[in-house]
Write a protein that binds this ligand. Sequence first.
Ligand code: UTP
Length: 293
Amino acid sequence: MPISKAVIPAAGLGTRFLPATKAMPKEMLPVVDKPAIQYVVEEAVNAGLHDVLMITGRNKNALENHFDRATELEAALEAKGDQKRLQEIIRSTQLANIHYVRQRDPLGLGHAVLRAQMHVGREPFAVLLGDDLIDERDSLLSQMIEVHDARASSVVALMEIEPALSHLYGIATVETTEHDDVVTVTGLVEKPTADAAPSNLAVIGRYILQPDVFPILESTQAGSGGEIQLTDALNSLAGSGEAGGVYGVVFRGRRYDTGDRLDYLKAIVQVATSRDDLGPDFTTWLREFVARD
Ligand code: UTP
């Protein structure tokens, strides 16, 4: 069955970015002049997924407002004759068919994904984490969809990391396949120590999931950090090989966790330097700044 739905969990508390995220969702933090979440929605749409379900929660109203009309603002821009900005804010309301469901308590990513069950039904679907940016120049989601279509399996995105960072990620046990960038995932463990990590391949925020993950999530107990972990449910699927098992696409492009302060700064620099309007001036300034230091 072809994939048409994207689920974007965005209900986390964003504690790593406090106090900025006390009253504002971390997914609304701007990367230059667009909130992080808009890049994620655009990525889903560019991969052909026009039906988007966002998992939100308390304090997340700004997400819904961002993708809704802002009629006063539109009228003001119209009156000023600022067509460029007017088109830009209208564009964000027409990007996709966006639905919302609330996760009443942020009990973990697995718990957030389970909130999508009614909307998704018996179809395979994509999950894109709302604070994880994949540079639009590097393709990932389309490749994952191709692997899913060829193997009728769940697919995770993997990235090589420094072993010392294992405690921040889900880490995969893998076997090679006939394709360089595609591996069979035989097991997954959430946030292991460097010593216990089965590999240096970390799960990053893109998934293609078979609907068979829902009953597994329903019976998944709280794991690492007291949260219901998607990694634990996928470990069950990978171990049993049920529903096509789990494959991994090894991503070697640019990816930023905008919920992490250092990665957020890197994202802004990368995006700003590549922009036609800001890039040349910003790059000149950046070079001078680094040389001065
Ligand atoms: P993170 O672990 O990065 O989110 O979850 P967090 O808990 O908000 O971050 P910190 O550690 O407190 O700073 C990855 C993704 O899963 C979503 C988050 O919104 C983020 O997009 N998430 C996490 C949920 O939707 N619900 C949850 O219960 C947990």
